[in-house]
Design a protein around this ligand. Sequence first.
Ligand code: SF4
Ligand code: SF4
Length: 89
Amino acid sequence: MARVVTEPCIGCKSGECVEVCPVDCFFDIGNMLVINPEECIDCAACEDVCPVEAIVPDDDANEKWININAETDFDSAKHVTSQEEIEKP
Ligand code: SF4
Ligand code: SF4
């Protein structure tokens, strides 16, 4: 189980989620952030602070968004651990 970032993050990228994640599993893929499902401990802290309700449990997510998160190349994507590190859209 993991949380998944979905469409409302596109163009927002406000970053509150990054600030509260205890395991630093957010990555910036340009137009949005994604969560590394291998690292996420499904604590839901990020879901609670996202202002546009972009973060959902993978059980509730459309497969398209599950794949966009899971198929990110986490070796080359930008790892972000604070709001300042996010490239603004
Ligand atoms: S808080 Fe929500 S909209 Fe903001 S960067 Fe995180 S997932 Fe995207
Ligand atoms: S559910 Fe918890 S561990 Fe997973 S991305 Fe959100 S804050 Fe991080």
